[in-house]
Design a protein around this ligand. Structure first.
Ligand SMILES: Nc1ncnc2c1ncn2[C@@H]1O[C@H](COP(=O)(O)OP(=O)(O)OP(=O)(O)O)[C@@H](O)[C@H]1O
Ligand SMILES: [Mg+2]
Length: 501
């Protein structure tokens, strides 16, 4: 018994590990639009909670399922052998039991699916509360969050009780049916023995077989609860694993090592996330080495346009070419190897400063290169003041750093990557003059010799651009140099006036 349960656990834990690995691999390759639709908490609960339910079902029910089904079959066969007439009774009772169990199973599965969703809600609320703890404190959001959490966990509790009631009822009904049929069998057997159709030995044997039949049937109906839980969880797990990954044209132009020049051509590009268009009829050629700035009101589509270049989203209409190759024909790895990104929200990992700069494919970068990039990003100065310099851990999401410091780290990362295309989506948060100057200086270093796309909110960043593109409601409305656009007295001039006061 011990050996078999340890063996089961060993197998099940390996299966769970493989499932988790598969889920994680899938999460790493999901299209960006899937992340827009699914909250992190829900994915989290799939990988932690749902998988563990599959394991629980596998270890706790599989053995019972196999062993008890076999014993029931064996016992029934023995009973038929003893007295075939009794088989008729069993055959009338059996379909009823199967129907009852089937209906109950469906219901249990549905309730378990809802329970998983409720569990997802719990992790989502948790994740939001933990991430937003400062906001909650300042805006007095504790009661609201408590309420949300209470609702979510109450939901789980309700489903747990409901499931128990349903499975309890089904166990009861099946036991009742079994007991009734056994009663009828005993009655008939007694009648027959009175009529001398059955021997005393046969009667005792039959009676014992019936007694033995009772507990496997009971156990089987009892584990149905767990089994349905496992099946519902497995469905959720495989739904994730079976999701489509990003479309990747891995057989496309294989320019793996050769770097591209960084020329970008938008040809009548239209894009929408949902019903409303986010980009309309964008046609633009960005020359290699050019620094181009995108300006425009919030929500005018600047970040959206930048998101199309690394193929985070697929263009609905029109084409985007990198060095005259349609980006849809490039393997994602090739395309992305040629792009360095400093995004609007700097993402840092819970690791050392050096590991954050030499992230991913750059993990093997020599120390001197990392130092060089860090110095060019004007980040060395504050890093040196940290207790272990480059090897200091920067904490969860880089919370131990200031906004400007984070941005300079992101710039150092982009510098180290040394890609022909740089996308710099400037954070809206205003830096102080000192940090702004430093970020500006590091950006100037970064721009050299590569196509640079700057989404700018500060005029200091824009002034040095070769061209400025003004966007409005997803369209390009003006293109030109700072002086030209000012002279034109159009949208840019208005924006400029607003900022300069
Ligand atoms: N992931 C998304 N899903 C659906 N709609 C989105 C998504 N991201 C942006 N949008 C919508 O697309 C439009 C353009 O947004 P975008 O982020 O490109 O603006 P932006 O010009 O970068 O603004 P900001 O200056 O505030 O950063 C907005 O109307 C926005 O609501
Ligand atoms: Mg933006």
């Amino acid at each position: 018994m011990l050996a078999s349960s340890v063996g089961m656990t060993w197998v099940a834990s390996r299966v769970v590990m493989d499932l988790r690995a598969n889920m994680f691999d899938k999460i790493l390759t999901l299209p960006t639009s899937d992340f827009d639709q699914t909250s992190a908490g829900v994915l989290l609960s799939k990988v932690t909670y749902d998988v563990s339910r599959v394991m629980a079902a596998a270890t706790e029910t599989l053995l019972i399922l196999v062993r008890d089904t076999l014993s029931i079959i064996g016992l029934l066969a023995w009973m038929f052998y003893l007295n075939w007439m009794l088989s008729l009774i069993v055959f009338t009772i059996m379909p009823i039991t199967i129907v009852v169990v089937g209906v109950v199973s469906k219901r249990l599965r549905r309730m378990n699916t809802s329970m998983q969703d409720a569990m997802g809600d719990i992790t989502r609320v948790l994740e939001e509360a933990i991430g937003g703890h400062k906001l909650i404190k300042v805006f007095g959001g504790q009661p609201y969050e408590q309420k949300r959490f209470q609702v979510a966990s109450n939901q789980v509790r309700r489903f747990e009780v409901k499931t128990k009631v349903t499975s309890g009822l089904s166990v009861f009904i099946v036991q009742l049916l079994t007991a009734c049929s056994l009663g009828v069998i005993i009655y008939i057997a007694a009648q027959q023995s009175a009529a001398d159709n059955i021997t005393v030995g046969g009667f005792v044997s039959l009676f014992t077989a019936m007694g033995l039949l009772f507990s496997p049937i009971k156990r089987l109906t009892q584990v149905n609860d767990k089994l349905q839980q496992g099946l519902a969880a497995a469905q959720s797990v495989f739904n994730l694993i079976d999701k489509a990954s990003e479309v990747d044209n891995t057989n496309g132009h294989l320019i793996k090592t050769q770097q591209l020049s960084g020329k970008l051509t938008f040809k009548q590009v239209n894009f929408n996330y949902d019903a409303t268009p986010a980009l309309r009829d964008i046609s633009l050629t960005i020359m290699p080495g050019e620094t181009i700035a995108f300006v425009g009101a919030s929500g005018s589509g600047k970040s959206t346009l930048a998101n199309l270049i690394p193929h985070f989203y697929t263009i609905n209409q029109g084409q985007l070419f990198l060095d005259d190759i349609n980006i849809n024909e490039l393997p994602l790895a090739t395309l992305r190897a040629n792009i360095a990104l400093v995004s609007q929200e700097v993402v840092l990992f819970n690791d050392s400063v050096a590991a954050n700069i030499a992230y991913g494919a750059m993990a093997d970068a020599p120390r001197e290169k990392i130092i060089e990039a860090t110095e060019s990003a004007y980040a060395m100065e504050f890093i040196q003041q940290m207790p272990n310099g480059l090897d200091t851990s920067i904490g969860e999401r880089g919370v131990k750093l200031s906004g400007g410091q984070r941005q300079r780290l992101a710039i150092a990362r982009a510098l180290l990557k040394n890609a022909p295309i740089l996308i710099f989506d400037e954070a809206t948060s205003a830096l102080d003059t000192q940090s702004e100057y430093q970020v500006q200086q590091s950006l100037d270093k970064l721009k050299q010799g590569r196509t640079t796309i700057i989404i700018a909110h500060r005029l200091s960043t824009i002034a040095k651009a070769d061209r400025i593109v003004v966007m409005e409601k997803g369209r390009i409305v003006e293109i030109g140099q700072h002086a030209e656009l000012i002279e034109k007295q159009g949208s840019y001039a208005k924006l400029y006036q607003l900022q300069e006061g």
